[in-house]
Design a protein around this ligand. Structure first.
Ligand SMILES: [Zn+2]
Length: 412
């Protein structure tokens, strides 16, 4: 039978295959990130965050949250922890706590907790919780008449009750219907007792289209196990990369094909973005079995899927951004193999280091801003004067002056 795909969503499931694919990984991914588990304990969000292992309990405060990770800080041990969809990185440490100078991969793990009832949809609109962590959360109803604000007044196993004091309405959201009571002189309809108003249903926090990943290893059957791991990686990271490049927008439903090719293939991997198709050399992964970062690079091209035009679609930004997502978002614990004899025009790692520097020094949103222009075919180099405060060549000179290692500039 199909894996659970969330009762609220089962109506929308077109087929069992899509349903089960989206159910297993994507649901964990779209959770609201309030609890994170690993093999020897868990970290859960209360007012702050609590880490519980078999032996110890530690308190953290949340210091950052973005599409890629949630960052926590433990002042007692001077630890900065970053929780990813598939791993934990740790930096710092003082006193008896082990010290890590750089972000270091400590655990595998992932987000937990999906049944949080963060949204409710009906035929005319939707409700979404505003601050799920607050003691009495605010709810916002959006419908054809506009927006209405409620405070949550009660929660039982059957329903969540919301109050709108301005209109004197009390609303109860059930698994299948909306009931309403009250109403003052400001509204046309008044209900003496709880009355059925709409059919509707709960939704998860999910706001993105369904993702399916198919692998084809028929040309290289020996890659089957690796291909399965790459598929899971895509299921976890596709929504993250989408959020990274297009923050706040809804990812389209997408079917990604990953094809593994035998010795006849030239090169290590390439992507046909308009078809969401990634082709990978079996030979390459046999020789580089740890190179999952390459999959993230290709997956970024699938998300980019820019209009085809050499002029508005410069090689260096497209490849620099794909390597940026790979080296700075996906595997920040590893060194970036930037070749300092090259220029940003060569794309890839050196361009990703340049973009990272621009992001740190000039514009924290440079990646999404460039992506937005590329996506509509309106990129030009002149954008950097706007986005980063100086012409591109001038930024490059500044970047080299401040970032190029003094010792490896000549030989490596
Ligand atoms: Zn590429």
């Amino acid at each position: 039978m199909a894996l659970p795909c969330g009762s609220a969503r089962s109506i929308a499931c077109a087929g069992l295959i899509l349903c089960s694919l989206a159910g297993s990984r994507a649901d964990a991914q779209t959770a609201d990130r309030s609890r994170w588990e690993y093999n020897s304990g868990s970290i859960a969000r209360s007012r702050s965050w609590i880490e519980e292992t078999e032996k110890e309990t530690h308190a953290f405060v949340e210091t950052a949250r973005n599409p890629v990770f949630v960052e926590l800080f433990d002042p007692a041990r001077d630890y900065t922890v970053r929780l990813y969809a598939d791993k934990l990185l740790l930096r710092g440490g003082r006193g008896s706590a082990k010290r890590f100078v750089k972000f270091t991969r400590i655990y595998r793990g992932g987000w937990k907790g999906n049944d949080r009832r963060l949204g409710w949809e009906y035929e005319r609109g939707s409700f979404r919780i505003d601050q799920p962590a607050a003691k009495s959360p605010t709810w916002i109803e959006k419908n054809l008449d506009g927006r209405q604000f409620f405070s949550q007044s009660k929660q039982t196993g059957d329903f969540v009750e919301l109050s709108d004091s301005a209109r004197d309405y009390t609303v109860r959201l059930y698994a299948g219907e909306l009931q309403i009571r009250g109403g003052n002189t400001s509204v046309p309809a008044r209900f003496a007792d709880f009355t059925w108003l709409y059919a509707g249903h709960w939704v998860t926090g999910e706001r993105r289209g369904r993702l399916a990943v198919f692998v084809d290893t028929s040309d290289a059957p020996e890659t089957a196990k690796w291909a399965e791991a790459a598929k899971q990686l895509c299921e976890i990271w596709h929504p993250i990369i989408f959020d990274r490049l297009y923050p706040g927008s809804r990812a389209p439903a997408r079917t990604i094909k990953m094809i593994f090719k035998g010795p006849s293939m030239k090169g290590l991997a390439f992507t046909e973005a308009s078809q969401s198709k990634i082709t990978i050399s079996a030979d390459w992964i046999t020789k580089h079995p740890d190179d999952f970062g390459m999959v993230i690079h290709e997956l970024t091209h699938v998300v980019q899927n820019y209009p085809r035009s050499k002029k508005s679609n410069p090689f260096w930004v497209v490849e620099g951004m794909a390597d940026y997502v790979r080296y700075y978002d996906y595997e920040p614990e590893k060194p970036v193999p930037a070749d300092w004899k090259k220029t940003y025009r060569d794309g890839y790692a050196i361009a990703s280091a340049f973009l990272d520097w621009i992001q740190r020094k000039h514009n924290a949103r440079i990646i999404e801003k460039l992506n937005a222009r590329l996506a509509i075919g309106e990129y030009t180099d002149d954008l950097f004067a706007d986005y980063a405060g100086a012409p591109l060549e001038q930024l490059w000179t500044q970047f080299l002056a401040s970032e190029r290692p003094k010792t490896t500039g000549k030989r490596r």
